[in-house]
Design a protein around this ligand. Structure first.
Ligand SMILES: [Zn+2]
Length: 253
């Protein structure tokens, strides 16, 4: 494994060359890529999960039994996400796609920031916070941010069932799993960005790529590797700096 530190142009050029030579590059992103947009990791100290315990607010059983309680969490989450904008790390991935060097993104985030940055191929494992879904008739409607200030629960216009934000709760199936596995089956390089990939299904993707002969880059703020699978290049440092630097190096060739 080679660690690429800030300012090490030789290491950066080597990393960029490996990326350019890879046939199919896919990114796997998590909370760490959105920290620079002002969205704290829910699991970090003071994060949402320390205020609203997942067992008491974020399971599908809680939503069925007491939607008002689940909506307390959704409102708090909505207030965190509303008005947030992509940061240079999101934009760097959109630029990689535009350069023809990134096939798509698999994200654990629900904040829509990859799409806002211009990425067009995004798998949202945990759904999105921009829509409400009816679990009864399966209608999907855009969320009105005013709801976050209200105390009432929205109901489906077709069948009057309480609406649920289109995010995957604990106890619900994750999204697009088959499509994601098909998408990474021929992946030559997986960029693991801002996630320790310890939670299923993201946890299985690095080793899957590795088994198929692909390479792994890990990009994260902390200086310690999180992946248990062997990593080829570790871009250490704030992803809002390391990813734009990598894209710049890819442009130079
Ligand atoms: Zn309905």
């Amino acid at each position: 494994m080679r660690t690429v530190r800030r300012g090490d142009q030789a290491a950066l050029a080597e990393t960029a060359a490996v990326l350019r030579a890879a046939g199919k590059v896919v990114a796997l992103t998590g909370a760490g890529i959105s920290v620079g947009s002002g969205i704290p990791d829910f699991r970090s100290p003071g994060g949402l999960w320390t205020v609203f315990s997942p067992e008491q607010y974020a399971t599908i059983e809680v939503f069925h039994n007491d939607p008002a309680k689940a909506w307390e969490l959704f409102r708090a989450l909505g207030k965190v996400l509303v008005g947030k904008e992509p940061n240079p790390a999101h934009r760097a991935l959109a630029e990689l796609e535009a350069l023809g060097l990134l096939a798509g993104i698999i994200t654990q985030n629900i904040d829509n920031l990859h799409q806002q940055a211009g990425s067009s191929r995004v798998f949202e494992i945990h759904g999105d916070h921009q829509h409400l879904q009816c679990l009864h008739c399966h209608s999907l409607v855009p969320v009105d941010p005013h709801l976050y200030q209200s105390t009432t629960i929205p109901h489906c216009a077709h069948c009057a069932t309480p609406l649920k934000p289109n995010v995957v709760l604990f106890g619900e199936a994750v999204r697009d799993l088959e499509a994601i596995h098909a998408f990474v089956a021929d992946c030559d390089l997986l960029l693991v960005i801002g996630t320790s990939a310890q939670v299923y299904p993201a946890a299985g993707l690095p080793s899957l790529v590795r088994q198929n002969g692909g390479r792994l880059f890990e990009c994260k703020r902390e200086s310690v590797l999180a992946l248990s699978t062997r990593v080829d290049y570790f871009l250490s440092g704030a992803v809002e700096q390391t990813l734009p630097a990598l894209v710049e190096a890819c442009r130079k060739r």
